[in-house]
Write a protein that binds this ligand. Sequence first.
Ligand code: FAD
Length: 319
Amino acid sequence: MSIWVLCEARAGGYRPATLELLSQARRLAAAAGGPVVAVAVGDDAGAAQALEGAAHRVVTVQGGHLSPYAADPWVGALGDVLAAEAPRLVLFGEGTRSRELLPRLAARLGAAAFTNALGLEWDGGFLLTRPVYGGKAYQTIRCGEGTCLAAFRPNSFDGGAAPVPETAFGEVQAAAVPNRVEVLEQLPRESRRVPLTEASQVVTGGRGLRAPENLALLEDLADALGGAVGVSRAVVDAGWADHAIQVGKSGKTVSPALYVVAGVSGAVHHTMGMDTAKVVVAINTDPKAPIFAYADYGVVGDALQVLPALTAAVRKTAG
Ligand code: FAD
């Protein structure tokens, strides 16, 4: 019962979501009686030595056509490797790549595929948990025969697992696959912040902040917390912020340890993107705002006053 994890590189190492999935795979591997296999493709294989102790086997998939990332060649290469090895479970960190790769690989392999998963257990078979109906209910899925592909929200799991005693490294040369798209140039987004979906602290603002210049209050608190900034769709629609930092149904899904949300009403389209945050602090002038139903701590007040006070308090405590 092998568990494979697609490893995505970041800044000379691997995405926190990748490391989180590898430790969950190790936690279950002993019970499931199979190895954990880390697979890294193209440029992502460059830091493969960093995966020592994280998996029983590290498979790097190489070929000039695999760098930079493009969905077609990756699906061809990964599809060949997965078809040959037929793992029971392949884990992906939820993100733009998983959204491109999962459905294509599922079609190619005839595999089951699930997105937005939050929990993984073993009771003689693999059990996945994921939210349904906009987070109003949770569904537990038993992976049946064949390969199951699953993308997990970052920050879904607590704790880690012991490293494996020995890691074997192997390389697969992938056959070239016709590519329908040529990547001419990639411009990485410059940001001094942790990516929104992987941040442990997220500070989000909505239309209640009243003017684009007040988004600086979110930046200040995020700086003090060492976290990321999010916004509601109303803020994006008003042209105050980029869609890349929108939280919700048509934006990003976040699962931070702390979610501070100011001037956001709490419409279901927003809460679908944050309802698995561990601790929610809501600030709103309206005591009846729906966001308070999701809040562990609520402040009824003007965000323009509460946010700076909170930032000052965090800085004082940190100092
Ligand atoms: P509002 O609804 O205008 O709420 C502003 C809040 O700020 C109010 O509760 C008000 O009491 C409070 N307030 C006002 N002044 C202050 C102050 N000074 N201090 C503190 N509080 C104050 N929305 C998303 O956010 N993300 C999505 O991904 C998303 N996807 C969508 C997809 C679809 C298909 C649809 C139809 C809608 C989607 N929406 C999404 C929109 C969503 O339904 C809401 O319209 C949106 O979330 C409202 O944004 P808001 O809470 O910032 O603004």
